[in-house]
Design a protein. Structure first.
Length: 63
């Protein structure tokens, strides 16, 4: 078992780093979504889906 771990150590390390990076990106996107920030970074002014992104806008449409 130790021989297999040593032979594949580089693959294991790279895989772990990629998993950490993807997890950090997803957590950041979820936090930004909860804060009401745009995921594209350019604002909602010219976005055709701008009215459906934010909870505030959803409440206005249902009233």
């Amino acid at each position: 078992m130790w021989a297999w771990l040593m032979e594949n150590m580089a693959t294991i390390i790279v895989s772990a780093l990629l998993i950490l990076a993807v997890t950090a990106i997803i957590v950041s996107m979820v936090r930004n979504k909860k804060k009401g920030k745009s995921s594209c970074g350019c604002g909602c002014g010219g976005c055709p889906m701008g009215a459906s992104c934010h909870a505030k806008n959803k409440q206005e449409r249902t009233d």
